[in-house]
Design a protein around this ligand. Structure first.
Ligand SMILES: [Zn+2]
Length: 232
């Protein structure tokens, strides 16, 4: 057995142990994908340039509705009600664009993220260029998403545009909760990042910025990708 095979066997063994320990209700090995949302102050994308492009992760949910739980604890003075409302608006943007009843809210919590629950929460990420990280767990064989967590970087300043997508949003030195969570919720759906500048107006564009609110609304490519997964 060569070194590569040993590594694969070890990883498989570790995964099995992990699943047994966590009592995850699936019988197949589970893998995960991690999406890191970086800030990109350097780019100045052309306004209004949209494409109908999307990129699928290759896995999707098969049991609905998918409920998510929000831990609203933050150090930016955002109220629990406002955070909950804006996270819900973010998930609803996707839900409203497919006939499938995708998401159901699991409510608010003060508990730490847990295995088997889809959590949205703030947690520290050392790299201040990372706005958020979404981790998606899926079964290796049937490519079914079984869990997804969204971690917002607690080291950054977060804000809420009270009126939704407003041009000239005043919180220029904060990351808008709804804007970023809408992008991350796209990963939860099964969509991957797009990095081409021509995709910069799409919600699934892989970079985000301070005061940005344009990801609140889905564009043609975002909706096309969603519908490819879950129907019109
Ligand atoms: Zn992303």
């Amino acid at each position: 057995m060569n070194r590569w095979c040993v590594a694969v066997v070890l990883i498989a063994a570790l995964l099995c142990v992990g699943i047994a320990g966590a009592e995850r209700p699936v019988k197949e090995p589970v893998d995960k994908l991690v999406f890191v949302h970086y800030k990109d102050a350097a780019r100045a994308p052309p306004a209004g340039d949209q494409t109908a492009s999307y990129k699928l992760m290759g896995m999707k949910w098969k049991q609905f509705p998918v409920s998510y739980t929000v831990n609203t604890a933050n150090t930016c003075g955002l109220t629990a009600g406002a955070v909950g409302e804006n996270v819900q608006a973010a998930f609803s943007a996707w839900d409203a664009s497919t006939s499938r009843a995708l998401f159901g809210t699991g409510g608010l919590t003060s508990a730490a993220p847990a295995v088997g629950r889809n959590d949205v929460f703030w947690g520290p990420i050392e790299d201040r260029n990372v706005i958020a990280v979404t981790t998606v767990w899926y079964t290796r064989g049937s490519k079914e998403i079984v869990e997804a967590d969204i971690q917002l970087n607690a080291y950054l300043t977060w804000g809420i545009d009270a009126n939704g997508e407003v041009p000239g949003y005043a919180l220029a030195n904060a990351y808008d909760v709804r804007n970023i969570v809408t992008h991350e919720a796209g990963h939860v759906c099964g969509l991957a990042d797009l990095y081409a500048v021509r995709a910069s107006e799409l919600t699934m564009y892989g970079y985000g910025g301070l005061g940005e609110v344009k990801k609140d609304s889905l564009e043609a490519g975002d909706v096309a990708g969603l519908r490819k997964l879950y129907g019109a």
